[in-house]
Design a protein. Structure first.
Length: 173
């Protein structure tokens, strides 16, 4: 089974819209034959792990001890890292594709690194998707800059709903 790494905020709680979106995404990914990988803690990471695990898919958590946080109880596998940079590298190397959900600066860093790897040809054939409207203006602005510089555009695809995003991955991965 292919693995989709999902990035997003650690803050959403069960019952909140962002948590529910991530939970449904995890479930859809599992139902379509994908395992999920996340940072392994709470919020979106917990939600996507819960959704995937409920379908019998693997829910991999890449953790690092600097947060003093408990890993998600829905993980089927935990990989512990010694540093934040090692964790980011492991999140990227584990994924066959990436979905970026709402998040803050940490999520922005993860999106930026994945995008840079794709831009520089350091990884090939790994789709990068943003789910929801939050990232659309950022993606549009960076793509405009990429076009100005004569670089490849359209590396990151934006989707408004999980169904379209998962269908794109099902056909692309």
């Amino acid at each position: 089974m292919k693995t989709i790494t999902v990035f997003g905020s650690s803050l959403p709680k069960e019952g909140e819209k962002e948590f529910q979106t991530a939970y449904e995404l995890g479930k859809k990914l599992g139902q379509n034959g994908f395992n999920v990988c996340s940072g392994g803690y709470q919020g979106i990471m917990n939600a996507v792990s819960k959704g995937a695990a409920e379908t019998g898919a693997e829910a991999i958590g890449i953790t690092v001890d600097i947060f003093n946080a408990a890993p998600s109880k829905y993980l089927t596998k935990e990989i512990q890292c010694d540093s934040l940079f090692e964790r980011i590298e492991k999140l990227i190397s584990t994924g066959d594709a990436y979905i970026i959900l709402n998040g803050g600066t940490g999520t922005l860093v993860e999106l930026s690194i994945v995008w840079e790897y794709a831009n520089k040809g350091l990884m090939k054939g790994k789709p990068v998707c943003c789910l929801g409207k939050m990232w659309e203006p950022i993606i549009k602005t960076i793509d405009e800059r990429m076009a100005y510089e004569g670089r490849k555009t359209g590396i990151v695809k934006c989707f408004e709903n999980a169904n379209d995003c998962v269908e794109y991955l099902r056909l692309s991965v």
